[in-house]
Design a protein around this ligand. Structure first.
Ligand code: MG
Ligand code: ZN
Length: 261
């Protein structure tokens, strides 16, 4: 069934390729969004770094806590596609040395997009509990979200524990069929979205390429936006979550005569 859904999604996209008018494509996506906001229809997935958080937390941690610069070589190899993100992250996390106290203090200073909570509230009004799918690690995400008092969201991330100043990684969300991913976000998309739900995905980076191919509506910025353009995947461009919030509101109540709840 999931395979069928993937095929169906791709078929819709392929039809979309031949639409000469981008505004027509966008209208279709807005209609799909409006449909997604009906009770029980949508499954919403967010990337974390640079999407919910205003910076790439893991990359910044390498700058803050890296004991040497060997992580840069791994980053370059990953960007060139010479290694997968698991190999990259596993090597990079070992480059860090930090005490729990220092790490927690650092994490308490991470800022979130000010509209994240508003989007959560809006989705909550429609009975939708979104998920975060991240290639970062659960320790970091849970600390940051707790610090900001974020509730009503499910977190899927790689696992890390601190031991004697070192972060020990574990990767519970790999997929043998997708060796490039550490956390195969697509796998969790298809696992946790209902069979007939409309999948919304919001992201910005390389690790979002895999799930973007399987989502019905992709909100994209940064690297992911260029990827969607190059691969002719349908997307809605955004700069901050304020754009996503406004788009969801507009989709649900396109005119003033039909006010939002
Ligand atoms: Mg990101
Ligand atoms: Zn994958």
């Amino acid at each position: 069934m999931r395979v069928l859904r993937g095929m169906f999604t791709r078929a819709v996209r392929i039809r979309g390729l031949f639409l000469p008018d981008r505004s027509k494509e966008l209208r279709q996506r807005m209609n799909l969004l409006a449909e997604a906001l009906k009770p029980g229809r949508a499954a919403v997935f967010f990337d974390f770094d640079n999407t919910i958080a205003t910076c790439d937390v893991f990359d910044d941690m390498l700058l803050q806590f890296g004991v040497d610069e060997s992580w840069q070589g791994l980053e370059t190899k990953w960007e060139k596609g010479e290694i997968g993100s698991r190999q990259c992250l596993e090597g990079q996390i070992k480059c860090m040395s930090v005490s729990r106290e220092r790490l927690d203090k650092y994490l308490s200073g991470i800022k979130l997009d000010p509209y994240f909570k508003k989007v959560l509230q809006l989705l909550g009004n429609y009975g939708i509990t979104p998920s975060i799918v991240s290639d970062n690690f659960d320790y970091m995400l849970n600390r940051i979200l707790k610090h900001h008092g974020v509730k009503g969201v499910v977190v899927y991330a790689n696992h890390a524990r601190l031991s004697r100043g070192r972060l020990i990684p574990y990767f519970p969300h790999t997929d043998k069929k997708c060796p490039a991913c550490a956390h195969c976000k697509k796998k969790n998309l298809l696992l946790y979205a209902g069979k007939n739900s409309i999948i919304l995905y919001i992201g910005d980076g390389r690790s979002d390429r895999c799930p973007a191919k399987y989502a019905d509506v992709v909100f994209a910025k940064g690297y992911l936006l260029n990827f969607c353009k190059e691969e002719k995947l349908p997307y809605i461009a955004f700069k901050t979550l304020k754009d996503v919030y406004n788009c969801l509101k507009k989709a649900y109540c396109p005119s003033r005569a039909d006010p939002c709840p």
